[in-house]
Design a protein around this ligand. Structure first.
Ligand code: GTP
Ligand code: MG
Length: 348
């Protein structure tokens, strides 16, 4: 592990904190983004398929952490009587074209088959997938985490803003999805001393005492597509969980970059919010399409535990991601500005 750098000065921590809240305020969008589009689509789907077919928002437009101009993720829940997923996807694409949506593109062969399109009037890009129940559950898990401590949402916004501007939030070209970054943020917040966030999945397995308070009551299993999705969600009982940790948002921003620039071991460890601590890579077996189960970077999906959220990251892209963490860490250590850290990446 490389040596740690000095933290920012006290004055600079104050600026860093202000700038982080600034980015949060400027990036967040109206609460019910996507809801109007959702209800329009719901009535089309009810007519085209059946009244029993329901659409659900998931991802950032459902967990309240979307950036202005971000995509809308929708999942359609439908039973087998409507035929194969590819047929349903094609039928959806036809429905969207007839209703004057643009750039309609059906991708039935993807891991999660989807149809992509644009709502030109409201300038929204949207994806609809079929029966991705796990995504609805993991969206709820993320949203519940964000309700436990007020520092999580602004930290996620800073990280998403930074990752997008630095061009390392492009899973289609080999870097990480926003969902992967959110898992990295939650794992980091679970690792603070004292922790900012609990581990909701561990709390659901048997009684656990934290700071003299008892949580967990052996909740019933919730099985979705063969995976156990139960977690402790009595949020009322969890308010104030992070209050023993006095770090400011500014201090957490610096510590986040330090954690992934210097402390986390990419060669040996796996990010795992399910367990609340890192796991050794040697303890995991991943689903793999091409018999290759070694990955340069491993982030375990909280429910679909054989799924590595960083599976697309090749060696060269991991180097690029780590060097971005280092760049941010070095700038902040030298009392540089968070707005410079988040400055647009320009290819030379
Ligand atoms: P932005 O679109 O960048 O605003 O962020 P987002 O929060 O919507 O994240 P993203 O688009 O990366 O993912 C949307 C949702 O898809 C997530 O909340 C997850 O529910 C789901 N998702 C994304 N990637 C994966 C993946 O690799 N596996 C699984 N199971 N779900 C995923
Ligand atoms: Mg999204």
């Amino acid at each position: 592990q490389r040596p740690l750098l000095p933290p920012p000065s006290r004055d600079h921590y104050r600026d860093l904190n202000d700038h982080a809240y600034d980015i949060f305020e400027k990036s967040k969008c109206e609460e019910n983004r996507g809801r109007t589009l959702l209800s329009r689509l719901q009535s089309m789907v009810s007519k085209t398929f059946s009244h029993t077919v329901k659409l659900h928002l998931f991802g950032s437009s459902a967990n309240g952490m979307s950036l202005k101009g971000g995509d809308i993720d929708i999942c359609m829940l439908i039973d087998d009587s409507f035929g194969d997923t590819d047929i349903v996807i094609e039928k959806l694409a036809t429905m969207l074209k007839q209703n004057h949506f643009t750039k309609v593109l059906a991708i039935p062969s993807a891991r999660v088959p989807i149809v992509k399109f644009k709502d030109q009037v409201h300038n929204l890009s949207c994806d609809i997938c079929i029966n991705n129940k796990l995504a609805i559950y993991n969206t709820r898990l993320v949203e519940d985490y964000s309700c436990i401590d007020d520092r999580m949402r602004p930290l996620v916004y800073v990280v998403k803003r930074w990752a997008k501007r630095r061009k390392i939030n492009e899973p289609f070209t080999g870097t990480l999805s926003s969902y992967a970054y959110i898992n990295m943020v939650i794992s980091f917040l679970q690792s603070r001393e004292p922790p900012v966030l609990p581990c909701l999945q561990q709390l659901a397995f048997g009684a656990t005492s934290i700071n003299g308070k008892v949580y967990g009551d052996n909740l019933a299993d919730v099985t979705v597509d063969g995976y156990n999705c139960k977690y402790y969600n009595d949020l009322h009982n969890l308010t104030g969980f992070g209050k023993h940790n006095k770090e400011t948002l500014g201090e957490l921003v610096f510590a986040f970059f330090e954690y992934y620039a210097r402390r986390f071991n990419y060669v040996t460890d796996v990010v795992s919010i399910r367990t609340g601590h890192t796991l050794p890579k040697t303890s995991k077996t991943w689903e793999s399409i091409n018999k290759k189960s070694h990955y340069y970077f491993s982030i375990e999906d909280p429910f679909e535990i054989t799924h590595n959220l960083a599976r697309v990251v090749k060696r060269s892209h991991l180097t690029m991601i780590i060097s971005e963490f280092n760049r941010a860490y070095k700038i902040l250590s030298r009392n540089g500005n968070l707005h410079i850290v988040c400055r647009e990446f320009i290819h030379d």
